[in-house]
Design a protein around this ligand. Structure first.
Ligand code: C2E
Ligand code: CA
Ligand code: CA
Length: 832
């Protein structure tokens, strides 16, 4: 029974509190106000007299119950704030004991409570995100926060895989690990669980009962096995509305969400998105940093105001040798090569405001070891007056460029300037107005060095010769290497009054033996000299004339010096005009073969003829082969002329055979060019075939020097001729450098001792010794020996005595027309 006073009190209390009840000492309701009744969901009157813990069964350890009991037992007022699981809300209870029992006012503080937890929790999480905590940690904290807000909820955060087709585990701290593992990697799609569907549809999916919901058909068992009954999943959207993942809550009972629960889920979404997106950004910038660290380019960030480097990547420090601190320790320009300061400063002046940029600014950067690297910079000023610069190390490129420029103007073997450079240097010498000597130095028979010692040693020898020549000429002069074995020197007459003296020094330098590992060689040189302004005033004229003089030396036996004269000029012109008329001369019937008899030394019987060409030039009459063959060779006319010679010689042989003479052979001379040109064998075979001649009726004469060039090719051609059945003779033997041992490599049948050795016979002991040696050694190599230029009986007798097999010379017969030669044939046949 309540007193009027009490009733008044309760009514007053009713007005000031939200909800309020009174209990007697035996825990029975004595008063329930309307707000409380509504909150408890009961009729106030019905509750009166009922036992509170029977009416609302509450575990012993319930915080509210414990507070009630304490307040009752100890008679002290208590305030307790706790979560009330049956209502899923927070309440604050103020408990006032009295001798009659307890008066309790209670307030739903869920909203305030959630706001507090949320604020504190989110602040912590944001702080973690800001300190770049691992994403898993942030997500776990978010899940836990939500679980604190809505006790009973089991939170799961899933992430969308990069390929956007699968979900990845994000956080699920209260869910069993096995369940989290089972979800990890599941497919995204319609009706694929709550999360797969929510992500796919970009909308919340509430599954109140997993056991029966069709979306869970494929995953039901694993959920139920872990006691999970309900799952509501909400997609997490990023700043660009992209789906980042899902935020789901599971419950261990079937249930629909209340609006306030959806509201608190809603509150977790943005922080989840922030956590995921910050991590992605972090990931990106880490990747960028990785780039920055790994790049082979040099990167740095510098302060525009102080002009100091404040950050540099590892490549920068590796290339320059400075640590990042050292790079930042001084003004940027302090690292720049003094000569490049202008360029670097110019760039720095441009880079004075945000957005300004420079490209391809190249300058030398001083490294710690004092060396310089060529760096090509690109730089842009970002916000905050920071400069972002990337440099490409172009040092190797620069070196290569310089080398290329050098290679363009210099000879790779001797490192002397090339012809182009020489002409430039000569030009500037000529501009001085003083007379200038131009020397063209040709090494004699240099190809023999290459052939016998190999090109590597050949190059070595050239280099040594070049060094010697460079030492002879000094400043105000120019030296260069021209084609293969030629050097050019230009020097002011003032500095070197006697070109002959200079040429002598040059030739002495060259004649000095060159010794290397396993070889020793001595060279000679042919030197041609021209002089400005007498022989020309421009480099090309002077060079051409020096060359004409040098050619003259070569033609006259080499190893000498010749000063260009006007007469040489005429010779050159003469040769030019010969060349002009030589073209097509055979076709016009201007060529003729003369025949010189060749005799058996012992019996002095005719064994054959050497065919020697003559040119009946309509303008000049008969021209010696000595003057037109070199021109024909120089003009590349020899193969054409050679074809005519082979054809004509064979035609003549056939004609004589047709007359019944067959005990003779015809020797034809073949030039180096014909031997190299490749068509010779076919030409010979064709001519023999056309005239029905046996190949043994033909002997091919070639000179020693022909054997020196393109050895393999020549050897091949000779073997083919040999296989064909023609004989091969080596002409002018003894004038070249080939040793007899060298000849072993070629299929040669006969050596023809050069006329120069025959001339002094039998009196000249040297010539006699040479002739003897040649005969003896040739015989050892099973070759025949012939002597040409036999002009008297003494020579013939001597040669016969030393065993020479064949003889040829004016003593027996001069080269003559075919008609005259026929007399020899009939003479023989008459005699035989
Ligand atoms: P070679 O092959 O050594 O010819 C021998 C040269 O010596 C010929 O001069 C010949 O007339 C000359 N001779 C012969 N016997 C004597 C002698 O007893 N005393 C002297 N002083 N000379 C003698 P030729 O006919 O003026 O030919 C000169 C060179 O021209 C030849 O030298 C040869 O290298 C070349 N030649 C001539 N005809 C041809 C040809 O048809 N084809 C090619 N490729 N070269 C040829
Ligand atoms: Ca000959
Ligand atoms: Ca000869």
């Amino acid at each position: 029974m309540q007193s009027q006073e009490e009733l008044e009190f309760h009514r007053a209390y009713d007005r000031v509190t939200e909800a309020y009840i009174a209990l007697d000492t035996s825990w029975r309701y004595t008063h329930v106000n309307t707000v409380a009744a509504r909150m408890l969901g009961r009729n106030a009157k019905e509750l009166i007299g009922r036992h509170v813990w029977t009416e609302f069964p509450t575990p012993e350890d319930d915080p509210f119950r414990q507070a009630y009991e304490t307040a009752m037992a100890e008679q002290r007022a208590m305030t307790v704030e706790a979560f009330h699981p049956p209502r899923g809300r927070w309440f604050e209870n103020r408990i006032y004991p009295s001798p009659d029992g307890l008066t309790v006012s209670f307030l739903d503080v869920t909203d305030r409570r959630r706001a507090e937890i949320l604020a504190a929790g989110q602040n912590n999480i944001l702080a973690e995100i800001a300190t770049q905590a691992p994403l898993a940690d942030s997500l776990r904290a978010i899940a836990r926060l939500h679980e604190a807000l809505d006790p009973g909820a089991l939170c799961s955060i899933l992430l969308v895989d990069d390929d956007r087709t699968h979900v990845l585990h994000g956080a699920g701290p209260s869910l069993p690990d096995t369940f989290n593992e089972a979800i990890h990697g599941q497919e995204i799609g319609d009706a694929r669980g709550s999360c797969g569907t929510a992500i796919f549809r970009r909308e919340r999916v509430v599954v109140a009962e997993i056991a029966t919901h069709p979306y869970w058909a494929g995953y039901r068992d694993v959920a139920l096995a872990h006691g999970l009954q309900a799952c509501w999943s909400t997609p997490v959207l990023g700043s660009r509305e992209q789906v980042l993942g899902s935020f789901a809550v599971y419950y261990r009972e079937k249930r629909e969400p209340r609006p306030d629960e959806l509201e608190s889920i809603e509150k977790m979404l943005s922080i989840t998105a922030i956590a995921i997106e910050s991590d992605q950004m972090l990931q990106h910038s880490r990747e960028r940093d990785y780039f920055f660290d790994m790049s082979m380019e040099l990167y740095c960030i510098y302060d525009i105001r102080t002009q100091r480097i404040i950050q540099a990547n590892p490549t920068f420090t590796a290339v320059t040798g400075y640590s990042a601190e050292e790079l930042g320790s001084c003004h940027f320009l302090d690292f720049v090569h003094p000569e490049d300061l202008g360029r670097a400063r110019g760039a720095a002046e441009v880079l004075n405001a945000a957005g300004m940029r420079v490209e391809k600014v190249v300058y030398r950067f001083r490294c710690k070891d004092g060396s310089y690297r060529w760096l090509s910079w690109e730089s842009i000023v970002g916000p905050g007056l920071l400069g972002f610069a990337v440099a490409h190390d172009v040092t190797e490129h620069r070196i290569a460029e310089a080398a290329l420029a050098h290679a363009d103007t210099h000879d790779g073997v001797t490192d002397l300037p090339n012809r182009q450079m020489f002409e430039l240097a000569l030009e500037s010498l000529l501009e001085g107005g003083e007379p200038v000597w131009v020397l063209l130095v040709g090494l004699d028979r240099f190809h023999a060095v290459n052939e016998s010692l190999g090109h590597l040693i050949g190059d070595e020898v050239l280099k040594i010769v070049a060094d010697r020549l460079a030492a002879i000429v000094g400043a105000r002069s120019a030296i260069a290497r021209f084609a293969g074995d030629q050097f050019a020197i230009a020097i002011e007459v003032q500095r070197e009054p006697s070109a002959e003296a200079l040429a002598r020094r040059v030739r002495e330098a060259i004649a000095h033996p060159v010794e290397g590992e396993g070889y020793r060689t001595a060279l000679t040189a042919s030197v041609g000299i021209a002089r400005s302004p007498d022989h020309g005033e421009v480099p090309s004229d002077l060079l051409r004339r020096a060359e004409a003089a040098m050619d003259r030396v070569k033609r006259q036996g080499r190893d000498d010096t010749c000063l260009f004269t006007r007469q040489h000029m005429k010779d050159v012109e003469h040769r030019l005009s010969i060349g002009h008329r030589l073209r097509g001369a055979a076709g016009r019937g201007e060529m003729e073969l003369f025949y010189q008899p060749q005799l058996h030394a012992g019996s002095r019987e005719l064994i054959g003829f050497e065919a020697l060409i003559r040119w009946n030039d309509p303008e000049r009459g008969r021209v010696s082969p000595l003057s037109f063959i070199p021109v024909a060779e120089a003009l590349g006319l020899m193969p054409e002329l050679g074809r005519w010679i082979v054809g004509e010689a064979c035609r003549q042989a056939k004609a004589w055979r047709d007359e019944g003479f067959d005990a003779f052979a015809i020797s034809i001379n073949v030039s180096m060019q014909e031997l190299q040109s490749g068509g010779l064998v076919a030409q010979v075979a064709d001519a023999l075939d056309r005239n029905g001649l046996p190949p043994s009726a033909l002997c091919i004469e070639l000179t020693e020097s022909s054997l020196m060039e393109n050895v393999e090719r020549v050897r091949g051609t000779l073997s083919e001729l040999k296989a064909l059945g023609t004989h091969i003779a080596l002409d002018d033997f003894g004038t070249g450098y080939s040793s007899l041992a060298y000849l072993k490599h070629f299929p040669i049948d006969k050596l023809k001792i050069d006329q120069s050795f025959v001339k002094g016979l039998p009196g000249d002991v040297n010539d006699a010794a040479i002739a003897r040696t040649i005969v003896a050694m040739a015989h050892q190599l099973e070759m025949l020996v012939s002597a040409e230029g036999v002009e008297n009986d003494a020579q013939a007798t001597f040669l016969t005595e030393i065993g020479c097999d064949e003889l040829q010379g004016y003593h027996f017969g001069r080269p003559c027309r075919a008609g005259h030669a026929r007399a020899w044939l009939s003479g023989t046949s008459a005699g035989g």
